[in-house]
Design a protein. Structure first.
Length: 538
């Protein structure tokens, strides 16, 4: 029985030349063959006979282990949009996540059990955090079901597309979503896999999305765009070399800083991983690089592809932001283009750090035939993504902003953006450090960044992927002690209740509270929502 199952799926490894001919793609194309022994994504689409594989139309049930994570959520939504029957599990699932999946016909179980697997399952995709001993993975193995990790699944999806990968320490999610939005508005209908929920769609993963621009947007989709290869815009993470599973034709490299110390014990190790990734871009591909980051420029030299530079400081860059300023409607820029003409762009993103993200999106969109006028009109309607300077509400005159920042550079940029957006108001930063190793290695940077706020509350470290103990408390207390050397208005808060009581004691109308971190600090808004409702009812 198991042999028959394996034959069924492995018959998808057909002759590459014949596959390319059926797909009407040149044999010299950038699209390489998938990993031997794995089904191709074209074979796994319900009803697809693109490669003429017998039984392909019947392959249509996907199970995701760890489905509530941002990347896995994107994959689940993509497959569901493609017509697959999708279900999965995640012990960290929130009621909101469960309801979101249910609204899209996706069932999410709150625990892991072999009994959750459908009687017939065609593919299992798992988060890299899920071990081989997981009961659902063990059951799938007994059934002979193909299993892919999330990075492997993303790599397989990219095989059938013109892949655009967005990489770097900061700004990946925002830039991925912005590029996807602009290409959609221009009529290119890209697929998008983003590490955060896009506010306009409510999705992390979008299949061949197309948006009809408003009548007054000032542009219309170009008919020439309809003949291009299908585009996939994907956030691409360096953690444990996950992006080495991908085969992009275009890469946006936003910048490189020390991070992920649990898998990159030295910065040199991280740089080597980036070099390997960049070296895989085909010679006829494209690399868009941040000229303002010395490390990114060094890594770019490893690419055989054409390199385009963007910058806010170097006027020799291909795309140079001559003027960048914060306005009431977002970030405003005057950009000098490669042909020496200039374009004015206003995007509803706050913070000078977004200039590189916008320039990278502009360069990549331009390479795909989007005109400056089209980009300008589309960027003005960008709704942003969840947990990136997201305004969550007002409580007794205090404005609440939620953000995912978990690196000193990002925390500093966030606080500066809040000062630009809310001039003259007191800024409070409620910070939940993420990962013990990151907090330990970058503690000096965190202290300097947090000192830029008027008031600071630090929760215990969220020990993702690491064993935790008293160190998660000790490290947070050390951050508070460091901040107090510059700003006495710094407090350690042990839990959510302690956070609330401290804020109620110290904040006043007109203040701005930033909730900051990549862990579960945003759960504070469950309490805030309840208080807002009670306040409204009274």
């Amino acid at each position: 029985m198991r042999i028959c199952r394996f034959r069924r799926y492995f018959r998808a490894t057909v002759d590459v030349r014949a596959a390319l001919k059926r797909l009407e793609v040149s044999q010299d194309s950038w699209m390489s063959s998938p990993r031997p022994g794995w089904p191709r994504m074209d074979d796994l689409r319900p009803g697809s006979d693109t490669l003429g594989v017998e039984g392909a139309a019947a392959i249509r049930r996907l199970y995701c282990v760890g489905m509530a994570g941002t990347g896995m959520k994107a994959i689940a939504e993509w497959f569901a949009a493609a017509g697959w029957q999708v279900s999965g599990s995640d012990r960290s699932a929130t009621p909101k996540a469960t309801a979101q999946f249910q609204s899209r016909g996706i069932r999410l179980y709150p625990d892991h059990s072999a009994e959750h697997l459908p009687q017939k399952i065609d593919l299992l995709i798992y988060s890299p955090a899920v071990p081989e001993t997981n009961p659902e993975r063990l059951a799938a193995r007994e059934l002979g079901t193909p299993q892919w990790s999330y990075p492997q699944a993303l790599g397989q999806l990219m095989h059938g597309h013109r892949g655009i990968s967005i990489a770097g320490t900061h700004g990946k999610s925002t830039t991925t979503a912005l590029i996807g939005h602009v290409l959609r508005q221009a009529g290119l209908a890209p697929s998008i896999l983003c590490g955060a929920e896009m506010i306009d769609t409510g999705l992390n993963g979008v299949l061949r999305a197309r948006s009809i621009p408003p009548l007054d947007a000032g542009f219309s989709p170009s008919p020439a765009n309809e003949t291009r290869d299908p585009i996939l815009v994907a956030e691409s993470c360096e953690y444990r070399g996950h992006f080495l599973e991908l085969s992009p034709r275009v890469v946006g490299l936003l910048g490189i800083e020390p991070d992920h110390f649990d898998c990159f014990p030295t910065f040199e190790r991280a740089i080597a991983t980036y070099r390997e990734f960049i070296s895989r871009i085909p010679a006829d591909g494209l690399l868009v690089t941040n000229r303002d980051c010395e490390t990114a420029c060094s890594v770019a030299s490893s690419s055989p592809a054409r390199t385009v530079f963007v910058s806010t400081t170097d006027d020799q860059a291909d795309y140079f932001a001559e003027r960048v300023e914060s306005t009431k409607t977002g970030l405003s820029m005057t950009v000098r283009l490669p042909n020496r003409t200039r374009v004015s762009i206003t995007c509803p993103l706050w913070g000078q750090h977004h200039a590189i993200n916008i320039l990278t999106a502009l360069a990549i969109a331009t390479e795909h035939g989007v005109t400056p006028a089209e980009f300008t009109a589309a960027s003005q309607t960008f709704a942003g993504i969840r947990r990136r300077f997201e305004r969550r509400g007002d409580w007794h005159g205090v404005t609440w902003i939620d953000d995912y920042a978990h690196h000193p550079t990002a925390v500093r940029a966030l606080i500066d953006a809040a000062r630009d957006r809310f001039p003259g108001r007191r800024i409070w930063c409620v910070f939940q450090p993420h990962q013990i190793s990151r907090t330990r290695e970058l503690s000096d940077g965190f202290i300097k960044a947090l000192c830029r706020a008027d008031g600071v509350l630090v929760q215990p470290v969220f020990g993702a992927r690491e064993a935790t103990g008293t160190e998660r408390i000790d490290l947070s207390r050390q951050l508070v002690e460091g901040v107090r050397r510059e700003n006495p208005n710094a407090h350690f808060v042990a839990d959510l209740d302690h956070t609330w009581t401290t804020l109620e004691t110290h904040t006043r109308p007109g203040d701005v509270v930033l909730t900051v971190g990549a862990g579960d600090i945003d759960h504070i808004y469950h309490e805030l929502t309840g208080r807002l409702r009670r306040n409204h009812a009274s």
